[in-house]
Design a protein. Structure first.
Length: 417
């Protein structure tokens, strides 16, 4: 029989009549501190990870993981074309880690109605375009389908632009494109669908259209595009793949002698990704504070229990039980408290995460946070690490108050009682 565990269970779970009422409040306070700290840690990690993933996915949805364009481009949307061959496309599709390669082109335009005038960026895509990102955020209509033999006038427009211009799904409008100072071209386009990602920085700009519309507007050759967008299967390898492709294409030229320029989504949007990286610091600070709260409440609770059981400690010492054994008794008691506190912390934290992820009761302002609701993303690995870290640190912090047992003298405590 494990003597220390037996004594700890009798002390902790005893319901004997006349027992001192000092222990229950101490236990409740200690368990509440651990439960609160663990719940806050779970929520902090789930919200920050979910927020980073949602914002990152929206940026990538508009711009892909890696973009290859003309090295001489010095503007964001009015681009100098680069000639892309099928050989290069096949080579990039076969690149390890790359799961999809798409051609794209962008140009600036303007929509003028009877009451409003709005500039926009028209992004052209080809028949290989994977519209799963925009299909996820469709509010009306459907994503256009492209005929390989015929250019389509269908476009996908954002909810922001549609509301601002008074347009709805199924409407047609005239868009104007400035080719140079003295020339302007007009195109009649048809709205086949309306999307709303909640990311107003991009929703204010982008209209999705057929790539051939932009090629004709700019009088480009059939193989000319603004660039290529590459999607990878593992975001953690983004920097390595981007660097490898950069050096691989650094000395390559297209058939007109244009150089290729490889940039990752982080390089295209440094401010956004630097801001997301700063959020990790907030999580570390919150975790440290919550672990400290849990640990110190556990220390105070165990100290109260030791002081209340001073007479018992004195008697056990008089009977010959060693200090090391007595310390193990109270460490077992501490582990019971930590376990109960962590159980309730997990119940509360996971329940709140489930409610928020399923019913979205806590909303956000999309104009400030790029999202309309608080996102939740808690993996099993994160949950396990948080629980292990909380349990181990809390238990280690109880080693200090258990040293108080060495200061208790049997003769004095028994005589005092």
């Amino acid at each position: 029989m494990n003597l220390e565990l037996f004594i700890a269970r009798r002390v902790h779970f005893s319901k004997a009549a006349g027992e001192s009422r000092a222990t229950p409040p101490a236990i409740r306070i200690a368990m509440a501190g651990i439960a609160l700290g663990l719940c806050m840690m779970l929520l902090s990690v789930a919200i920050v990870v979910g927020f980073k993933k949602e914002v990152r996915n929206k940026v990538i949805g508009f711009g892909a993981h890696i973009r290859i364009s003309n090295f001489d481009n010095n503007t964001s949307y009015e681009t100098i074309p680069v000639m892309v061959s099928d050989t290069l496309m096949d080579e990039l599709r076969a690149w390890p880690g790359v799961c999809r390669v798409e051609r794209f082109a962008t140009t600036l335009g303007m929509i003028k109605t009877e009451t409003e005038c709005q500039g926009f960026v028209m992004k052209g895509v080809d028949e290989h375009f994977d519209g799963s990102f925009f299909r996820k955020y469709l509010t009306e209509g459907e994503l256009f389908t492209l005929d390989p033999d015929k250019a389509s006038a269908d476009v996908l427009i954002s909810r922001y632009l549609a509301d601002r211009l008074g347009l709805k799904c199924g409407d047609a409008f005239v868009a104007y494109f400035v080719q140079d100072v003295e020339q302007m071209r007009a195109r009649r386009l048809h709205i086949c669908g309306i999307y709303d990602t909640g990311y107003l920085e991009y929703d204010k700009l982008y209209i999705l259209a057929d790539l051939r519309q932009i090629i004709r507007l700019n009088d480009w050759e059939p193989d000319a595009v603004s660039g290529l967008e590459l999607f990878i299967d593992d975001y953690s390898r983004l920097d390595d793949l981007s660097e490898a492709l950069y050096f691989h294409l650094s000395d390559r030229q297209d058939r007109l002698g244009n150089m290729f320029y490889v940039r990752s989504i982080k390089e295209l949007n440094p401010m956004i990704f630097n801001w997301l990286d700063v959020l990790d610091i907030n999580v570390v600070v919150i975790l440290a504070l919550m672990i400290a709260v849990s640990g110190f409440t556990m220390i105070s609770g165990l100290l109260i229990i030791i002081l209340e059981r001073t007479r018992m400690i004195g008697i056990l010492k008089a009977l010959g039980q060693e200090e090391r054994s007595l310390r193990k008794v109270f460490l077992y008691i501490a582990s019971f408290l930590i376990g109960k506190g962590m159980l309730w912390g997990n119940v509360a934290g996971l329940l709140i995460c489930f409610i928020q992820s399923r019913f979205h009761p806590v909303a956000l302002d999309p104009s400030s946070y790029y999202l309309d609701t608080v996102p939740i993303d808690l993996s099993f690995t994160s949950w396990l690490l948080i629980n292990l870290g909380t349990g181990i640190v809390s238990l280690l912090m109880t080693l200090a108050p258990s040293c108080l047992i060495a200061k208790i003298h049997p003769a004095r405590t028994i005589h005092f009682e």
